[in-house]
Each structure stands twice: as structure tokens, then as C-alpha cells.
Unconditional design. Structure first.
Lengths: 313, 253
């Protein structure tokens, strides 16, 4: 029972990250590597703000703003300096490593065991009920965020953000500035990712500089798993990200329970990612087709990638 | 309404391959005209449209649109009152959104895209009426994702999306070239109907001599960046396919 609860708590905690990454990966359709810098950025900003004794809502707001700014830097590198999207993300990510050190005043980790955080158990909750308290709290936070993102994507501005990923030429065709939508997508996504970093640090009560390492693949694995799980339903993007995140945590926890050495986790994540990606129905069809048609791997895999991105919302 | 004055445009400037396409190019299009542009490959037809809608910048000269100098206005600003349909049917719509959502976005063109709800239920009847104009039965498939539509259906929707916000100028860039003969014919009929219904000034590029003669009230032939034929109204109606073909062949020799 506790095993399942822990899996769901972890899944919900990291689903915020998955929803943030989904905004660039699924809506804008680009892989933004800023994640690995903006996630620990949110965590360190959150940790420092907590140490300073700021109220929780302000802590979360500061983390979100920091991530938003990181997104703006990436989009500025892309749009103003015309650096390739993938490279822009890598540059921001690397730069943030130093920024994160500066914010933490040159410390590579910050313990928060004495600090009151969002997840600190209030006196009316007994120790046995801590898990349920965390679960309830996370459910509320994740649900609010999910509904906000869902709402945003149905507005005119949000719908145009989808168009920017779907058919950039159409954004210009409708008389709108494509660059401003790319900036909006990147900053919103990184804001949510940083928020997730702050939530994680509040839960684990420990900030470490290497917190963001491998987070992109974790988030992508969650998104792709959610996608495969809910493919045939009309589930929204955010719902897929949440369920995918829980499913991912379940796979990880199961692997650990089966005595997988923790150092093997990263490799396992990559395997999960590849398996989930390959077993998407649209991908399978074109894969089988390519097998029948001989060795058309290069073209077929490229093609199927486009299909698998296009048919989901 | 649209004046291109002394346009200069070269490609690959300052290299051995420098190609000066437009030299002192002038073209004036009047309000309400339906201009058909023909010409061989490389004659500058598509570049002309790119210069008008800002995909390409002019090197020198002036573009006046509705008495406004738009020579150096960024593309997306020009496109607020100019619509364009491309040859590739996938360029005019957003495939992962539904027909309803696509139309709702298109109807908002020229107005701000803010945080109000897109594709609101209250728009349903209006959009249904618009889609009925296409005569393809798509009005019953409003909630179907555009990625499921055929090329012909998508292109018809692209055209409708381009015209429904009643832009001042419509640019058609060989918009029937990727369609089969039947869809292509349907598309041309539809184009004529919509252009008349919405009373739009239109510039259409085509490689179909038949379409060039049948549609529009002015025909312009381009060759290596200059106008070699410009006929309108009665003169255009008298034009025979063989006249155009003879001109074509004499130029390419």
C-alpha cells in the first residue's frame, strides 16, 4: 500500500515537470534542453527563498519567474542571435550551471531539514497520515496547474501556440508574429519546469546542483509513456503527462524493488523511452511497413517520427 | 491599390552566381481586379508574390499597398490584410486542430489573439455556413482533425480560411497544382465563387493555360523578371490558347 502511495506521490510531484516539458515537446514540437538548467534553477531559487523565510506562494512565484526568464534567454538566443534551437537550449543549460552556483552562494547543495516547506506536516496531521497529506496537497496543486494549462490551450492565444508547433507558416499567415509565440511557449514551459524544481526541493528538503541531470529524458519518457497509454482516448495533453509520469515512477520503483542497482536507472529510463516510443501504434505501422519494403530505415524512422508527433494534441 | 515601383531584386548578391531577377520592375493592380500570372519556371512568378507578402525583401524600389508604403514592413504585419494559398495543401491549415478550430482562428485574423476562448460554441452556426460554401460535405465533419482530410479537402479549407476574414488582397500560388484534375477543377470553380462573393482583389499564379484564359479579368505573362504580356477585359477574352503557347515558345527559344 505504501509502495503504491509513494509511487503516486512521486509521479504527481514530477508530473509538473512533464507538463512543462510537454508544452515545448508536444505543443511547440521542439526538444528544449533548457530543462536541465531551469529545473535546478527553480529548485535553488526555491531553496534560497525558503531559507530567507519567504512565504510559500512567493517562493513558488519566484521559482516560476526565474524559469520564465531562462526560457526568454533561450528564445533570445534562437530568434535574435539565430542560433539553432537545440544548441540554444544547451547553451542556456550550461550557463545556468554557473548561475545556480551563484544563487546558492557557491554551495553545491543546500539542506532544508530545518526549514518549513509546503510539505511540512501541520500539527493536525499525525505521522501516519503524512503520506495522505502529501497526496492530497499534490493532487490539488497538480489539478489546478493542469486546469490552467488546459484552459490556456483553448484560448485564442493558446490555440495559436499549437499552430506555431503544427504549421509555423500559418501563424505568419494569420498575421501574427511567430517569434513571440516561440518565446511565449519556451518561457511558459520553463516557468512550469522551474516551479516543478521548487516543489521537488520542498518535498525532498535537499537541494543539489546536479538535480537537473537527466531530467529531460525522464520527462520525455513520462510524456511518451502517457501518450502510449492513452493514445486511443481523447485525453488531453496534460492528462497524458500526469498519467505518464505516474507510470514512469511505477516502472522505476518496480525495477528498484526487483533489486536493480540504482546506478542502472539512467540506462533503464532510456530503454523505457525507446520502448514506449517504438510501441506507439502509428510508429509500429510504419515500422512494419519499412520491414516489408526492405531496408528503408533512414527514411521510415524519420517519417514515422513526424506522424507520431502530428496525430497527437 | 497595389503599386510595385522600380523594384530591384537580385539573388546570391556579390557572388559569381549573382542573378538579377527584377530590374526596374513596375506593376500596378487595381482594386477588385483578378489578375492571372503565367510564365515559365524561373520567370519570377513566385518571387513576385514573395516580394508582395514580405517573404522576400526588395533590394530597392517601393511597394505601395492601400496608399501605404509597406516596402519594409515585416511579413506578418503585411499578412494581416493579405492572404495567401500555397501550392502545398499542408501549408494552409493546422493539421492537429479540427476544422472548427482552424476556421475559428482564421475568422479572427486581423483581430488580437487574446485570452478569450477560441472555437466557442456560439461560432458554430457561422462556421458551418462558411464550410457549406465548399460543397464538400465538410460541414458535418467540423470536429474532425484536419490531418484526416485529403489534399483536395485541405486545400479547399485553406482557401476558405484565407478568404473568410475578407483580406484586402488574395495571393494564390499555383494553388491547384498539387490536386488531381477533378479536384483542381472544383477548386478553380470554388475560387471564382469565393473571390466574387467576398469581392477580393486577387493575384493568381497558374501553369494551366486553360485556367489562365478562363478565369480572371487580366492576364500577365512574366519572363525573366519582366512583363511580356499584359491584357485585360475584352482583349483577354479574345486571347486563344495558341496565342499564349506561341508566345511561350518564342520566349523560351
Amino acid at each position: 500500500m505504501n509502495f503504491i502511495l509513494d509511487v503516486i506521490i512521486q509521479g504527481l510531484l514530477y508530473s509538473v515537470l512533464a507538463m512543462g516539458v510537454a508544452l515545448t515537446f508536444k505543443v511547440l514540437r521542439s526538444a528544449d534542453l533548457t530543462v536541465e538548467g531551469s529545473f535546478p534553477l527553480g529548485a535553488v531559487v526555491g531553496a534560497m527563498a525558503l531559507i530567507e523565510g519567504f512565504p510559500i506562494p512567493l517562493v513558488l512565484l519566484l521559482a516560476f519567474t526565474a524559469g520564465w526568464l531562462a526560457g526568454i534567454v533561450t528564445s533570445w538566443l534562437q530568434l535574435v542571435l539565430k542560433i539553432q534551437p537545440l544548441l540554444s537550449g544547451i547553451l542556456t543549460m550550461s550557463g545556468l550551471y554557473t548561475i545556480n552556483l551563484i544563487i546558492a552562494q557557491n554551495r553545491s547543495n543546500l539542506p532544508l531539514f530545518q526549514t518549513t516547506t509546503l510539505f511540512t506536516r501541520p500539527s493536525w496531521v499525525s505521522i501516519d497520515q503524512t503520506r495522505f497529506y502529501h497526496l492530497g496537497l499534490l493532487l490539488v496543486i497538480v489539478l489546478i496547474l493542469k486546469l490552467l494549462i488546459d484552459w490556456f490551450l483553448t484560448t485564442k492565444k493558446g490555440m495559436m501556440l499549437s499552430v506555431a508547433g503544427d504549421n509555423p507558416l500559418l501563424v505568419v499567415g494569420l498575421g501574427e508574429n511567430l517569434g513571440s509565440y516561440q518565446t511565449l511557449g519556451l518561457s511558459l514551459s520553463n516557468g512550469i519546469i522551474a516551479l516543478s524544481g521548487a516543489l521537488v526541493v520542498m518535498m525532498t528538503r535537499f537541494y543539489d546542483l546536479s538535480l537537473g541531470f537527466g531530467m529531460l529524458v525522464v520527462a520525455l519518457a513520462s510524456i511518451v509513456m502517457g501518450d502510449s497509454l492513452l493514445k486511443s482516448t481523447t485525453a488531453k495533453l496534460t492528462t497524458m503527462a500526469i498519467f505518464g509520469s505516474i507510470l514512469y515512477r511505477f516502472s522505476v520503483a518496480s525495477a528498484l524493488a526487483l533489486r536493480l542497482h540504482p546506478s542502472g536507472l539512467r540506462l533503464m529510463t532510456v530503454l523505457i523511452f525507446v520502448i514506449a516510443l517504438v510501441f506507439q501504434p502509428s510508429h509500429m505501422q510504419s515500422f512494419i511497413k519499412s520491414m516489408k519494403g526492405g531496408w528503408g530505415f533512414a527514411t521510415s524512422s524519420k517519417h514515422s517520427k513526424i506522424i507520431s508527433f502530428k496525430h497527437t494534441k | 491599390m497595389l503599386h510595385l515601383q522600380n523594384i530591384q531584386k537580385s539573388f546570391h548578391s556579390n557572388t559569381l552566381n549573382e542573378l538579377s531577377l527584377f530590374n526596374n520592375f513596375n506593376l500596378c493592380i487595381n482594386e477588385g481586379e483578378f489578375v492571372v500570372v503565367v510564365g515559365s519556371n524561373g520567370s519570377g512568378k513566385s518571387s513576385l508574390l514573395n516580394l508582395i507578402d514580405g517573404q522576400l525583401d526588395i533590394d530597392d524600389g517601393k511597394i505601395l499597398f492601400m496608399n501605404q508604403d509597406i516596402s519594409h514592413l515585416p511579413s506578418f504585419k503585411r499578412r494581416q490584410s493579405i492572404s495567401r494559398v500555397y501550392q502545398d495543401p499542408s501549408l494552409g491549415t493546422s493539421p492537429s486542430l479540427t476544422i472548427f478550430e482552424n476556421m475559428s482562428l482564421a475568422l479572427n485574423k486581423g483581430k488580437p489573439y487574446n485570452l478569450s476562448r477560441c472555437a466557442h460554441v456560439s461560432q458554430r452556426d457561422v462556421i458551418k455556413q462558411y464550410v457549406t460554401l465548399l460543397n464538400l460535405g465538410l460541414e458535418d465533419k467540423l470536429d474532425v482533425s484536419v490531418s484526416w482530410l485529403s489534399g483536395g479537402q485541405r486545400q479547399a479549407l485553406s482557401l476558405l480560411m484565407a478568404v473568410c476574414s475578407q483580406p484586402k488582397l488574395l495571393l494564390l500560388d499555383e494553388h491547384t497544382a498539387a490536386l488531381d484534375p477533378k479536384s483542381s477543377q472544383h477548386m478553380m470553380k470554388l475560387t471564382q465563387k469565393l473571390v466574387e462573393d467576398f469581392k477580393m482583389t486577387t493575384v493568381m499564379i497558374t501553369h494551366q493555360i486553360k485556367d489562365a484564359l478562363e478565369y480572371g479579368d487580366r492576364c500577365v505573362m512574366l519572363h525573366e523578371g519582366s512583363i511580356v504580356l499584359d491584357v485585360s477585359d475584352e482583349q483577354k477574352h479574345k486571347l486563344q490558347p495558341k496565342d499564349l503557347l506561341t508566345l511561350f515558345h518564342s520566349l523560351s527559344l
